[in-house]
Design a binder for this molecule. Structure first.
Ligand code: GDP
Ligand code: MG
Length: 164
């Protein structure tokens, strides 16, 4: 089976930043503007001798919790169906939001491997804040990373490829 990694999570957590880092090429369109719906983006990356496809699930409407049912849910489910590993990204600057919990409920429905990534863990303080997301109860391990600087992404990739 193909190695396919889907990055899911609410808007602005840093999915496209990680996508760009994993594929080492600017293929995803950075989307700082709310209200823009985009299709999924596909890129290719590798770590050691493992090659994989990455899906960036793109920007979603405005990201309010009541818009979750419908479009967002559909997009996440489609990405999860395609993927062999699901990266569920949250934001350690903002902390837990209602929308994170909504995403978590959809992510929980898969029986594929899920990796919870707490992005924007740029320093020790934010790395500590990542621990808040253990309350989601999805995985035994949460990976604090900084998609901007790349810190933590080596450990994350080691873990992702262990599922291939
Ligand atoms: P997406 O909506 O989930 O795809 O998020 P983006 O990748 O577009 O990033 C949203 C914002 O978060 C942008 O302004 C990024 O520069 C910022 N961002 C992404 N990764 C990091 C990070 O590791 N640390 C910090 N401080 N900001 C980040
Ligand atoms: Mg994006």
């Amino acid at each position: 089976m193909a190695n396919i990694v889907a990055i899911v999570g609410r808007p602005n957590v840093g999915k496209s930043t990680l996508f760009n880092r994993l594929i080492e090429k600017k293929q995803a369109i950075m989307d700082d503007q709310p209200g823009v719906t985009r299709d999924r983006h596909y890129g290719f990356g590798h770590w050691t001798d493992k090659y994989f496809t990455v899906i960036d699930t793109g920007g979603y409407v405005t990201g309010s919790a009541d818009q979750f049912e419908g479009e967002i849910r559909k997009q996440v489910k489609t990405a999860m169906e395609e993927a062999s590993v699901i990266v569920f990204m949250v934001d350690s600057h903002v902390g837990m939001t209602d929308l994170d919990k909504e995403f978590a409920n959809v992510v929980r429905e898969t029986n594929k491997p899920v990796v919870v990534v707490a992005n924007k863990a740029d320093n020790l303080e934010y790395q500590m804040m990542a621990n808040e997301f253990y309350a989601l109860g999805i995985t035994d391990e949460i990976f604090p990373i900084s998609a901007n600087s790349g810190s933590g992404t080596g450990d994350l990739l080691d873990h992702i490829i262990s599922h291939f």
